[in-house]
Structure formats: C-alpha cells, structure tokens
Design a protein around this ligand. Structure first.
Ligand code: CA
Ligand code: CA
Length: 261
C-alpha cells in the first residue's frame, strides 16, 4: 500500500514537471511569436518612414528644379535682350560711320576733281607760256633748242637757270624727233663721262637705257667727256651721238618733263 502511494506521488510529480515544461514551451513560443510580430511591425514602421521620407525628398527636389529652371529662363531672356540691344547699337554705329565715310569720300572726290581742273588749267597756261617762248612739246616734255653756242657746263647752267636740265633721251622716238628738229645743228645732251672715263651717265645720275652712238663713237678723241646728238659726220639717220671736248661751243637742248598733258 505504501508503495502504491509512493508510486502515485512520483507519477504526480512527473506530470507536474511535464506540465511546467509545456507551459514554459508555450510561453517561449508566444514570446518568439510576439518578438517576430514586433520585428515585422518595426520593419513596417521603418518602411513607412522611408517611404514618407522619399516622397518628401522627391517633392523637395522637384520644387528646387522648377525654381532653378525659372531662374535660368529669366537669365537667358535677359541675356537675349542685352544681346539684341548690343546688336542694335552696333548696327546703328556701323550705319552712322558708313554714312560719314560716304560723305567724306564724296567730298574728297569733289576736291580731287576741283584740283584736277585747277591743275589742267595751270598746265595749259604753262604750256602756252612755253610754246610762246619758243619751246616745243613732245611726249610729256617741253624742249628748248638754242641758237647760240656754249660749252657743256655753261649750257647746263642755262637750262638749270630755267628750272630745267639738259636733254635726256629715253627712247628711239625721242631720238628720231630731235634728228628731225635739229636738221644739221649739233647740240649738247645731258650725257657725260667726266667722273669716270667710259662710264656714261645722264645728268640725273642714271645710265642710258638706249644708246645711239655714231659709228666709231665715243672715241674720247682729245679727251672728250661730253655728248652731242645730230653728229654731222655720221652716215646713219638714227645713230647720231658723239663725244666732244666739253669746252667746245655747241648749241644745246633743255628739257622740262611734265605730266597730265
Ligand atoms: Ca670721254
Ligand atoms: Ca668723239
């Protein structure tokens, strides 16, 4: 009997322990379940906060972009207006300057025409004066052929006193002109080799570009350093230059070059 009692007591004790263990298990399970729910709720809360935060951020950015776009549009508009004003001012200045230049150009052209008329008038008067004084005109030059005779240096001095110089022959036409004008009269021309024997130069310092020496001339016979044209001992119609002693008395030709006639 006592053994049954002890057995029942032990069984009851074991049942009690199992109940306690089950209770603890259930409590733990509830705790875990509650914890999971808490975590889920926390995650949802965080998700909601994040979503709200993102929405709020997007609105902020969107508002800032619109404001920037408006400022940029205003700035570009002002820039366009300023550029337009600058272009208008530059165009106005350009047209004003152009009109002034055209007016100035017209005035200068009128002054030039007036000066040309005055020059032509003066040249005509000068031409008449030269011709009345016995000068001859040919190919932009007036020429004076003397009847008296002097040395080469005295002849040149006479020309220079007239504001001219001894004749310089630059072309075959000019040579032919004087052969006809002079006939049988020999005359000094402005050609000399006084400085260096054999180095013939015109009175303006230039060397002859065309030469019309007679056959056998220049021969420096008896120290001849000054040139004449229309040498009477020549057998050619065009080659009539010769060197003579500079002190010899010969007629001479002065030349005055002019332009515009
Ligand atoms: Ca000579
Ligand atoms: Ca000679």
């Amino acid at each position: 009997m006592s053994q049954d009692v002890y057995a029942n007591v032990n069984r009851a004790a074991k049942i009690g322990e199992r109940v306690e263990v089950e209770v603890e298990i259930y409590e733990s399970a509830d705790t875990v379940t509650n914890g999971q729910n808490t975590v889920t709720e926390q995650q949802e809360t965080n998700t909601n906060k994040t979503t709200q935060s993102n929405v709020t951020g997007q609105d902020c950015h969107h508002t800032t972009g619109t404001r920037s776009c408006r400022l940029a549009a205003v700035f570009l508009g002002l820039l366009c207006v300023i550029l337009l004003i600058v272009i208008i001012l530059l165009w106005f200045k350009f047209t004003t300057d152009r009109d002034q230049l055209q007016t100035s150009n017209s005035n200068l052209a009128a002054e030039r025409d007036q000066l040309q008329k005055e020059r032509d008038g003066l040249l005509m008067n000068l031409s008449e004066l030269f011709l009345l004084s016995g000068w001859k005109y040919f190919n932009s030059s007036f020429y004076y052929i003397t009847t008296e005779k002097k040395s080469w240096s005295e002849s040149r001095k006479d020309c220079r006193d007239k504001g001219t110089d001894l004749l310089i022959i630059n072309s075959r036409e000019e040579q032919e002109f004087f052969n006809k004008e002079l006939g049988r009269t020999e005359a000094w021309i402005g050609l000399t080799d006084e400085v260096t024997e054999g180095d013939w130069k015109w009175v303006d310092g230039s060397k002859p570009t065309v030469k019309f020496w007679a056959e056998g001339e220049p021969n420096n016979y008896q120290n001849e350093d000054c040139a004449i044209t229309s040498f009477q001992r020549t057998i050619s119609d065009i080659l009539t230059w010769a060197d003579y002693p500079c002190h010899q008395s010969v007629s001479w030709i002065c030349e005055k070059r002019v332009t515009g006639l």
